[in-house]
Design a protein around this ligand. Structure first.
Ligand code: F6P
Length: 577
């Protein structure tokens, strides 16, 4: 156990503040909050339950919460010692207790020179050194001074990584694609399915391609398999010399020796540190290296500025106006007290289409835990199911369920000015962005205020098309109960800066929940068992590769009969018959 864990406190669900929230929720259950009435009775609700800042606007007035709810939630945050826990994170305390590590992704984007210490060493100079190295390298590649082995300019960047070494950078890359340097392309290979590698490298000219291997540990099975395949792919096309690897492979990693063993010159390795968690690594070399090669170093650093802006807002703003804290408290209200354990993240921006996938990892890998920091079983829900997709596509897919099926909390993101102006604004026509935005403005109201049966009947009667019997038959199906919670986040424009701010919002929101639940949001032991069992099966495949008559035997190979049958199907290439 690390320095921050001392005496086990009462679990959060045993505190007075939690119990008060439960009582409040029970009262609300008996007399549910009606959002229509809440808005009618309080003309200040929209203003009171929204936060205006220089860079983002956050409106949570359509959540199933009142002032009282928020006060109780702030009380819960205090009972959990949230303020001190946030400070401990920023100050480099080893709050990742199961791995004995600090959690300092915020140091990666700190804009001033305030020292941040880990084990007595100020990490800021190391951070700056790597950034300088990325700057030089990316400028040389983009300027054509650093070329491929045949002296052709590098135009294609293929980032190979998975999980945190993929989802964050991919989100940033799509969000910032409008700022890509002329002629530069950035692609990602993550899945170990050969299909991914084949599709991504199809039509790529190897002479103009640079692989960026992204792996904190440089041992992740999928990434290393794809990296070896990339090396073979490159060598087949450009020759077997060590120069090919030297000029066409670089790495973002913490594992210097392993990177060297792969054949990558350490000059071409961009380091980071064990105090950067995988899913929190998008602002380390893992994200900054590919992004600098794609949009240029200067624009890439705007991501850091945006993330730092959100970090400062998070660290210094009172909870009542603190966007990551408010979002997290509302999540806790929904998850633990209202039983709404699924959240849809719905950005109305195609360029933010990958934010839900990144958020899904940050939330579900961080907070899907069964024990608290002291190893005690938690008997309250931690984590939530996060899913989503860019609007309006989701509207034609899963919104039916959100509007009339199970209750899901929705987070809308609206972008006021588009990256691309497409279409014209006239008195008869809206442009594409107005069409898109009319939806992000309408959907939260549809969820919150719904449509009653009386309204449905009046509407059908006014259309004068159906008989009274038909109206009576149809009307229940057309009712929207409303009172479905949502929040709206607005940004003025999607830029590297605001993409960085959204990234940091996501990270801090997950961390706040973990702090309150008393769990470790920075480890991920839950991914280990599957990996271990995978190794066992892989070894059986090795044996079948060496001996074509080899078949798995459940008793001999210590497998269950179900896995025996299915593994033999893969070995023989035929379905079990
Ligand atoms: O999915 C498990 C995980 O450990 C993530 O936390 C991590 O981001 C990912 O695998 C990749 O790890 P690495 O960067 O070491 O290849």
């Amino acid at each position: 156990m690390g320095a921050t864990v001392t005496r086990a406190p009462r679990q959060i669900n045993r505190t007075y503040e939690w119990i008060r929230l439960r009582a409040h929720a029970l009262k609300r259950k008996a007399s549910p909050l009606n959002l229509r009435k809440a808005f009618e009775s309080d003309p200040h609700r929209a203003e009171d339950m929204s936060v205006r800042t220089e860079h983002v606007f956050f409106d949570y007035s359509r959540q199933l919460a009142t002032d009282k709810t928020m006060d109780l939630l702030f009380g819960l945050a205090d009972a959990a010692g949230l303020k001190a826990k946030i400070e401990a994170m920023f100050n480099g305390e080893k709050i990742n207790v199961t791995e004995g590590r600090a959690v300092l992704h915020t140091a990666l984007r700190q804009q001033d020179n305030t020292p941040v210490y880990v084990d007595g060493e100020n990490v800021i100079p190391q951070v700056r050194e790597v950034l300088e190295k990325i700057k030089t390298f990316s400028n040389e590649v983009l300027g054509g001074e650093r070329t491929g082995v045949t002296d052709r300019k590098i135009k294609n960047i293929v980032a190979i990584g998975i999980g945190g070494s993929y989802l964050g950078p991919q989100f940033l890359s799509e969000a910032c694609a409008a700022y890509a340097k002329e002629g530069m392309d950035l692609r990602f290979v993550a899945n170990v399915d050969g299909h991914d590698f084949k599709t991504v490298t199809k039509n790529l000219d190897p002479a103009e391609t640079l692989f960026v291997l992204e792996s904190k540990t440089f041992t992740t099975a999928e990434t290393m398999k794809n990296a070896r395949t990339a090396k073979a792919w490159m060598r087949e096309r450009l020759g077997d010399s060590p120069e090919v690897v030297k000029k066409h492979f670089v790495a973002a990693s913490t594992a210097t020796e392993k990177v060297k063993a792969f054949g990558i010159d350490t000059d071409n390795m961009f380091g980071f540190w064990d105090w950067v968690g995988g899913r929190y690594s998008a602002t380390s070399a893992v994200g900054m290296l590919p992004l600098a090669l794609y949009i240029g170093y200067d624009r890439a650093t705007e991501i850091l500025e945006g993330a730092c802006w959100m970090d400062q807002h998070f660290r210094h703003t009172p909870f009542s106006r603190n966007i990551p804290v408010l979002s997290a408290l509302i999540d806790i209200w929904n998850i633990n007290f209202l039983g709404i354990r699924t959240r849809a993240l719905l950005p109305y921006s195609q360029a933010l289409d990958k934010l839900p996938a990144h958020t899904q990892q940050v939330e579900m890998e961080s907070n899907g835990k069964g024990t608290d920091l002291w190893g005690r079983v938690v008997r309250y829900f931690t984590g939530e199911v996060v899913f989503g997709q860019a609007g309006t596509n989701g509207q034609h897919s899963f919104y039916q369920l959100i509007h009339q099926g199970m209750k899901v909390a929705a987070d809308f993101i609206g972008v006021i000015n588009p990256q691309y102006q497409v279409g014209e604004k006239t008195a008869e026509e809206v442009d594409h962005h107005q069409e898109l935005s009319s939806n992000v403005l309408a959907q939260p109201d549809a969820l919150a205020f719904g449509k009653s049966e009386v309204e449905v009947i009046n509407e059908l009667v006014s259309q004068n098309k159906l008989s009274p019997e038909a109206i009576a038959g149809l009307s229940p199906h057309k009712v929207f109960t409303g009172n479905r919670p949502s929040s709206v986040m607005l940004i003025e424009e999607l830029t590297p800066f605001t993409a960085g701010a959204l990234l940091a919002w996501t990270e801090h929101r997950a961390a706040v929940k973990g702090f309150i639940w008393g769990i470790n949001s920075f480890d991920q032991w839950g991914v280990e068992l599957g990996k271990q069992l995978g190794v066992k099966i892989r070894n059986l495949f090795f044996r079948s590769n060496a001996d074509s008559t080899f078949r798995v035997d459940a008793a001999r190979d210590d497998l269950n009969p179900s896995t025996e049958t299915m593994t033999n199907a893969f070995i023989s290439g035929e379905l079990p018959r």
